[in-house]
Ligand binder design. Structure first.
Ligand SMILES: Nc1nc2c(c(=O)[nH]1)N[C@H]1C(S)=C(S)[C@@H](COP(=O)(O)OP(=O)(O)OC[C@H]3O[C@@H](n4cnc5c(N)ncnc54)[C@H](O)[C@@H]3O)O[C@H]1N2
Ligand code: MOO
Length: 412
């Protein structure tokens, strides 16, 4: 009989077994791209800063550059008078040096003169003839940012496997790094099922459904930094599925199938995986809900991963988040990268999370300021993830988690 058996293994055990049998992480292929085009990709190699940041010590405020030691104890009732020693020009290198008990006018972003270690804000000063009245003391480093204070030349500013987004791309580009190496993993997606029609179909014959899964998979993978190609819909036919996988393998490091992984006579993914070169099928069903009929296999020598996800759209999305994305992370960065990225965050249950002992379960959650609410759904739903923040995880030996208890949440 096709499909899964009772020999289900735990999700983490399955990930470790695949990592071991396919000798992950693989030797990564990479694409060298301009940093400006790298948004939404994964870094393939460490990036070191070629220069310090900032590249010169500068003021964070409009005011007067001083030596902090000269203004100790300055206050409105007991001001300190410093000699006005000119103005620092903006955007130009100056070798101006601040004399003892002197103050130089400086603007936000101006180069800090030699011997100065702080800036007094304009509103805490008063100009009186050749003197500047200082009404507030400043600590060394106050209102200034010193050369190399944030980043030293040679500091690591990007790590392998890191997702390139608004949080790190501007900094890497701002340090003068122009080209970087991104992970060059190719992923092909095949939807299976006689009843599946293109997602753009306007009229759908009775008994057929639009292909929601391939679009969801492409979008989810993109948000985690993995590019993918949709390779089409394959009918429930062993030969056609085998041919489609065979055609997909040379171009793709990963082939994802959706549907056809369960136990019926029209579910052929298992047979396709069993017929692959070694090790072929590795995982035949995972002890999790939803997602039990997940199949994982691959070809070690060619560094290929093949995964068959459940057809039900919600199951497909949940398995993609908790098995597929982790496997891709393991493929490029080993278990270390998985552990870095897969981190349940403890949150308060604002309602009961109904579960069963003996199986790991995942429930979509809505975020509130004081905790999370479960979204009641069925595996065949397509809109249950709308507005959710992630997936609440009921560990294998946990039954229902009651309102007020804590649940680990895997954020999207
Ligand atoms: N007798 C049993 N039946 C089922 C079992 C079981 O243990 N015993 N497991 C159930 C579970 S759990 C799941 S999950 C599904 C998985 O089935 P398949 O992976 O074989 O998927 P299909 O049967 O092909 O499809 C299931 C369902 O999803 C729809 N579908 C499929 N592909 C798409 C797509 N690309 N976009 C939108 N919807 C899709 C399909 O039409 C079916 O309605 O099996 C249970 N059955
Ligand atoms: O395991 Mo299925 O994925 O519950 O619907």
């Amino acid at each position: 009989m096709a499909g899964v058996t009772e020999e289900l293994i735990g999700r983490l055990e399955a990930l470790k077994m695949v990592c071991d049998k396919l000798a992950f992480p693989i030797a990564l292929k990479h694409d060298t791209v301009s940093i400006k085009e790298a948004f939404g990709m994964r870094l393939a190699r460490e990036v070191k800063s070629p220069e310090p940041f900032p590249s010169f010590s500068r003021s964070l405020r409009d005011g007067y550059a001083v030596r902090s030691a000269d203004v100790i104890g300055a206050s409105t009732s007991s001001p300190v008078f410093l000699k006005k020693c000119g103005t620092i020009p903006m955007g130009r290198l100056t070798d101006e040096s601040l004399p003892k008990e002197g103050a130089m006018q400086i603007f936000t972003g101006g180069i800090l003169p030699q011997n100065s270690d702080a800036v007094v804000m304009l509103e805490d000063t008063e100009e009186s003839g050749p003197w500047i009245e200082i009404r507030k003391s400043v600590m060394p480093g106050e209102n200034v940012i010193l050369k190399g204070e944030e980043v030293k030349s040679g500091d690591i500013v990007g790590s392998p496997g890191e997702l390139l987004d608004f949080r790190n791309v501007p900094a890497i580009a701002g340090l003068g790094v122009d080209r970087i190496d991104t992970v060059g993993l190719n992923i092909g997606i095949l939807s299976t099922g006689d009843e599946i029609v293109d997602i753009g179909a306007q009229s759908v014959p009775p008994g057929c459904v639009r292909d929601v899964n391939s679009t969801m998979l492409q979008l989810m993978l993109k948000s985690y930094g993995y590019r993918s190609t949709f390779l089409g819909i394959v009918p429930d036919d062993l030969e056609m599925l085998e041919m489609a996988v065979k055609n997909a393998l040379p171009e793709n490091d990963v082939v994802i199938l959706s549907g056809g992984s369960s136990v019926s006579s029209r579910d052929f993914c298992l047979e396709v995986m069993e017929n692959l070169d070694a090790p072929g099928l590795i995982v035949r069903g995972v002890n999790m809900r939803p997602g039990k009929p997940t199949l994982i296999g691959g070809i070690k020598e060619k560094a290929k991963l093949i995964i068959s996800l459940p057809g039900h759209p919600l199951s497909c999305a949940i398995v993609a988040r908790v098995i597929l994305v982790p496997l891709l992370d393991i493929m490029i960065g080993g278990m270390e990268l998985y552990e870095k990225n897969f981190m349940p965050v403890k949150m308060k249950c604002l309602d009961d999370f109904i579960g069963t002992s003996g199986i790991e379960e995942y429930v979509p959650v809505i975020l509130r300021t004081d905790g999370v609410l479960p979204v009641n759904s069925k595996s065949g739903y397509i809109s249950a993830l709308r507005g959710t923040a992630g997936l609440g995880m009921l560990p294998i030996n946990t039954e229902t988690l009651r309102k007020g208890e804590e649940i680990g949440v895997i954020l999207w």
